[in-house]
Design a binder for this molecule. Structure first.
Ligand code: BES
Ligand code: MN
Ligand code: ZN
Length: 499
């Protein structure tokens, strides 16, 4: 999809498949583009509003056909809802805009429009660059649908060109628009990888996807460690997870060099369990298919690197993906087994279904050799996080307040929000084991916190945050990956690059 800025001085001569106009709810006096278009089409908008059929309520839309000689094939009015006032105004306006853009994108898809002109001036939020970034992101992302394994392919999205009207054409706006679009491509990749079934999207498949990204972007380098190499490094925790599977684990390293040569990288570490059966601690059958999504952390790392490489963002980033299946077999790790991690700490595996922290702890130790400025891991780590925060916010844990604040802010800005949870020392004792340095589970209480506490034991040497995306990475009905938290991560890196 191509985005551009376009100043339209005369709507009478405009030629487009669809002119999209935001309409605030119960708007008495038409303003800006809305007034100009109303004038150009013989007061049709005024008539529709007066009729009461359309009030501009959130979620409402109406398609109008303009009489000849107009070359606007359709005029699409999309309701914005009431203007936001009072507390948390910025956050609410941001959500209003996001919702509006998603609606507009869906209608454009349904109308099979090939190009569209969108009037930006009626939308909330003061900063034009961030409006354009979010619009580009949401419009591009709204065109995604899964089709890879369907023999009857749904029609491809038709929308190719989108012009934004009513915003100054300057470098900042053009860059923001491009960043929004690149973010959407990252989201797209993360969703596609997430939605693919476990028999296609295996650890080796993730490795081949990473290699392909490196071929696509000159600024990306890729390296993949085999099980033999991981064994040499002493990654006993990671390898205990892949033992039960015929698919070998893969440790994928992607290096993006967009910043200065000496600049320390931001490290992103993703959980890449391409199917989580629970292992010998087998999960119940219901909804087990959804555990193909247990690699969504990994997918978000690949998606984010794809996006920032497209943006040519001036930062250095290293992405690590710990990829494995978690299956039972005669060779699989058993409850009570004790393994030694790369950090030298021993772990009693009381539950083979708490495998995410086992692959992550070795990846988190390994990433230390890149001398990272900060490390962020992303994982569908605990069902408990879904209980705590549902599908709206990712769980955020950090050993550094300023990193936590930066991530929370990036989440707000991108509409891909996180919520901070505690990492207090008090919880650490739940991980005590009589036979090893620690157990891999912390009992029934505070499941997502004790999981984070486990990881915290391997990240003491650097500034670190952990995002538990178990509730946000996919939706269950209809089943679909969301591509989160690519939006948050891209925004965080964009903010870093600008600062
Ligand atoms: N991948 C799961 C977490 C999960 C479960 C994410 C359901 C989304 C929906 C993880 O590997 C897991 O199984 N965690 C266990 C930990 C427990 C054994 C301490 C869980 O959450 O039940
Ligand atoms: Mn599990
Ligand atoms: Zn898992």
């Amino acid at each position: 999809m191509q985005f551009s800025i376009r100043q339209i001085s005369n709507f009478n001569t405009l030629d487009t498949d669809c002119l999209v106009v935001p309409v605030p709810e119960n708007n008495k006096r038409l303003q800006g583009s809305l007034a100009a278009i109303d004038k150009a089409c013989g007061k049709m908008i005024r008539q529709v509003l007066d009729s009461g059929d359309f009030s501009g309520k959130r979620g409402q839309h109406i398609t109008l056909h303009l009489p000849k000689p107009s070359k606007v094939a359709r005029l699409l009015l999309v309701g914005c809802g009431k203007p936001v006032t009072g507390k948390h105004k910025a956050g609410k306006e941001q959500q209003q805009l996001q919702h509006w853009a998603h609606q507009a994108g869906q209608h454009l898809q349904r109308l099979k429009a090939r190009d569209a002109v969108i009037c930006v001036d009626g939308l909330p939020i003061d900063d034009p660059a961030s409006v354009c970034q979010l619009l580009a992101h949401e419009l591009a992302a709204s065109q995604y649908h899964y089709s890879e394994t369907l023999s009857h392919k749904p029609p491809r999205p038709t929308l190719k060109k989108v012009a934004l009207h009513g915003v100054g054409n300057n470098a900042a706006v053009r860059q923001a628009m491009q960043q929004g679009q690149a973010t959407a491509e990252g989201v797209h990749l993360a969703r596609e990888l997430g939605n693919l079934p476990g028999n296609i999207c295996t650890p080796s498949y993730l490795a081949s996807q990473a290699r392909q990204l490196a071929r696509q972007h000159k600024t990306l380098g890729c390296q993949v460690l085999s099980e033999a190499q991981m064994k040499k490094l002493g990654m006993g925790a990671l390898l205990s997870v892949s033992r039960g599977s015929d698919e070998p684990a893969q440790l994928i390293i992607l290096q993006y060099k967009g910043g200065k040569a000496g600049q320390k990288p931001v490290a992103l570490v993703g959980k890449g369990i391409t199917f989580d059966s629970g292992g010998i601690s087998l999960k119940p059958g219901a909804k087990m298919d959804e555990m193909k999504y247990d690699m969504c952390g990994a997918a978000s790392v690949l998606g984010t690197l794809h996006a920032i490489a497209s943006m040519k963002l001036p930062v250095n980033v290293v992405g690590i993906v710990a990829a494995s299946e978690n299956l039972p077999s005669g060779r699989a790790t058993k409850p009570g087994d004790i393994v030694k991690s790369m950090a030298g700490k021993t772990i009693e595996i009381l539950n083979t279904d708490a495998e995410g922290r086992l692959v992550l702890c070795d990846a988190l130790t390994y990433v230390g050799r890149y001398k990272p400025e900060v490390v962020i891991d992303i994982a569908t780590l605990t069902g408990a996080c879904v209980v705590a925060l549902g599908e709206h916010a990712s769980g955020l844990f950090s050993n550094d307040d300023s990193l936590a604040d930066d991530l929370l802010a990036a989440g707000q800005q991108s509409g891909d929000r996180a919520w901070r949870m505690p990492l207090w020392e008090d919880y650490q004792k739940q991980l005590k084991s009589p036979f090893a340095d620690m157990a891999n589970v912390g009992g029934p209480g505070a499941g997502s916190i004790t999981a984070a506490c486990f990881l915290a034991r391997f990240t003491e040497d650097y500034t670190w945050a952990h995002l538990d995306i178990a509730g946000t990475a996919w939706k269950s009905s209809p089943k679909n990956a969301t591509g989160r938290p690519v939006g948050l991560l891209c925004q965080y890196l964009i903010n870093r690059a600008g600062g």
